[in-house]
Ligand binder design. Sequence first.
Ligand code: BEZ
Length: 221
Amino acid sequence: MATNQRQGLRLGNIAPDFKAQTTQGDIQFHDWIGDSWAILFSHPADFTPVCTTELAEAAKLAPKFKERNVKLLGLSCNELKSHGEWIEDINKFGDVSLSFPIVADPKREVAALYDMLDEQDLTNLDSKGIPFTVRSVYVIDPKKTIRLTLTYPASTGRQFDEILRVIDSLQLGDKNKITTPANWTPGDRVIVHPSVKTEDAEKMFKNGVEVVYPYLRFTTL
Ligand code: BEZ
C-alpha cells in the first residue's frame, strides 16, 4: 500500500515565503501579498483543457476577489513563455482579460515548498513520469496565515464560487464572533461562536438569538 510520510502545510501555518518569476514580473510572495488576502492556486499544466476552463473562470471572477481584497496567483511548472502564449487562449476561450500573475515554476521549487506534487497520483504525471502540480488552493490572510487548503484531482475543475464563499465566511468570522452553517451564503443566518455564552450573545447580537440546542444558536447580522 502506498504511504505518504510528508507532513504538508496545515491550517494556521504561516505560508512559506518565496521568490518567483511570474507573468507580471518577479515577486517576493509575502511582499506581494502585502495587506491583502491571497489565493495561491496551482494547475497541472498550460495548454490542457480543464486548466483552460479554470483559469478563464478565475479571470472572470477576479473583480469579485478584488472586492474582497483578495489577490490571485496561479502557478504551474511551465516556463513564462508558455504561460504568456496560453493566456491568449484563455482570454479567447473565456472572453476575458486575465489580469492576475501566474508563477512560472519549471524547477518545481515553489511546487515542492507547497506540497503541490503528488507522485502517487498516477493520473497526473508527465511523459517522463514526473508529477505535474495537482490542483492545490491555498487561501492566505494578511498575516500570511493559511486559512483554507484544497486539493483537487487533475480530472476535476474547481468551483471558484465555493472559494469566494469560504472567503466570505472567513472574513465575516474574523469580524464577528460567528461561524457559518452548511451551505451558508452571504445574507443567510449564522451561528453564534461556541466560545460565546448565550447570555452574552443576546447582548452582542441585536437581531436576537434563536437557541436550538445550548450549543447551536443562530443569529442574523
Ligand atoms: C486538464 O487540464 O485537462 C488535465 C491536466 C492534466 C491531467 C489531466 C487533465
